[in-house]
Design a protein around this ligand. Structure first.
Ligand code: NAD
Length: 332
């Protein structure tokens, strides 16, 4: 699984304890007395969306059109469908045109790339995301390469990945960015901290590690071949977990006072014949040890879509300005 943002489909019922203005966290606080601070993404996302609504209205006023986000969905996939419903609703809320491009799972790589090329060439389309996973017969690399880097608002094209690794401006993978942004906007200091990232995927773990390095954390990256995960996680002052394994990290693998960002989104039986969403961290055993933790659902998930649409705004503005410069219409 490489790009499931279905955490965004559920709003949290947990207390939103993240203030809208960052406040410092007591680094040594344990949950024994007060319980951990819940780092909720919802309020931060709502703030970002409010700004975006105004910004997209100004864009329309300035340029005379509403930019489009194209979402390419190959084959029917239930979690993707729910996630896509959520992002399309977010588009509507902030005044963006969402366009779902549904393609049968028997599509050839060539036909899929042609479809993406036509979105690249469409001036109304400011951003393109391709929902993962793709069918096994479609080479991921070929598809990623076919996206115009200027419209690659989820930062999966090698050009954007390269810009991130060099520390230059490009489009960031939104989930990785959300996992760092939730710390920053919650007033949690990263510089100088021992930061441990579990997961090394191109869409979450690796870019999150690079962004945390940019914030001057001292980074360790763990992965499926790491021996004795707990040895490393116990050393963390900040722990980011993005493995897609429910309950991978338990309380006894954590040191008191650690700040945990749980990116994992896993659908598990709820014990009553239905399903529920859980993260990669066993919340029950972790909550007595951590000083702060992102809930699942309601943590990183809600922030991801909001950030993605900030990328869309930037892409649309860059493209409109470039177009105006080309046609000599810059003063319009
Ligand atoms: P992925 O399957 O592409 O990568 C998982 C990573 O975890 C790999 O690098 C692997 O080495 C590592 N890993 C797997 N098992 C491990 C183990 N036992 N010990 C240590 N490391 C292990 O997944 P992904 O796309 O990076 O997503 C990770 C998780 O984040 C998933 O649960 C996914 O649903 C979730 N996700 C959430 C959002 C969001 O918005 N909250 C967005 C995207 C993905």
């Amino acid at each position: 699984m490489s790009d499931r943002r279905d955490g965004t489909i559920v709003t949290t019922g947990l207390a939103a304890t993240v203030p809208t203005t960052p406040a410092p966290v007591a680094e040594t606080a344990t949950a024994a007395t007060a319980g951990p601070r819940l780092l909720a993404g919802g309020p931060i996302a709502a703030e970002i969306r409010a700004g975006l609504t105004a910004d997209f209205a100004a864009f329309k006023e300035r340029w005379g059109y509403v930019p489009t986000l194209a979402i390419v969905l190959v084959g029917a996939d239930a979690p993707s469908a729910v996630y896509l419903g959520q992002i399309l609703r977010t588009c509507e809320k902030v005044g963006v045109q969402g366009r779902l491009v549904e393609i049968g799972s028997d599509v050839t790589a060539d036909a899929l790339c042609n479809e993406i090329e036509s979105l690249n060439a469409d001036p109304a389309v400011a951003g393109i995301i391709v929902q993962m996973p793709l069918p096994a017969h479609v080479p991921l690399r070929t598809v990623i390469d076919s996206i115009d880097p200027a419209k690659d608002i989820d930062g999966i094209h090698p050009r954007n990945a390269g810009l991130l690794s060099l520390g230059y401006d490009g489009f960031l993978p939104a989930t990785a960015q959300a996992s760092v942004e939730i710390l920053k906007r919650s007033g949690i200091e990263i510089a100088g901290k021992r930061v441990v990232v579990v997961g090394r995927s191109n869409v979450v773990g690796k870019p999150a590690a690079l962004l945390l390095l940019r914030e001057h954390g001292t980074i360790s990256i763990l992965h499926s071949k790491t021996r004795d995960l707990g040895h490393y996680t116990r050393d963390a002052e900040i722990l980011i977990v993005a493995a897609g394994k429910p309950g991978l990290v338990t309380g006894e693998m954590l040191s008191p006072g650690v700040v945990v960002v749980d990116v994992g989104i896993n659908v598990v039986p709820d014990g009553h014949g239905a399903e529920r969403l859980v993260g990669d961290v066993d919340f029950e055993s972790a909550q007595g040890v951590v000083s702060a933790i992102t809930p699942v659902p309601g943590g990183v998930g809600p922030l991801t879509n909001a950030l993605l649409l900030t990328h869309l705004l930037r892409a649309a503005t860059d493209q409109a300005e470039r177009g105006a410069a080309t046609t000599g219409d810059a003063a319009r």
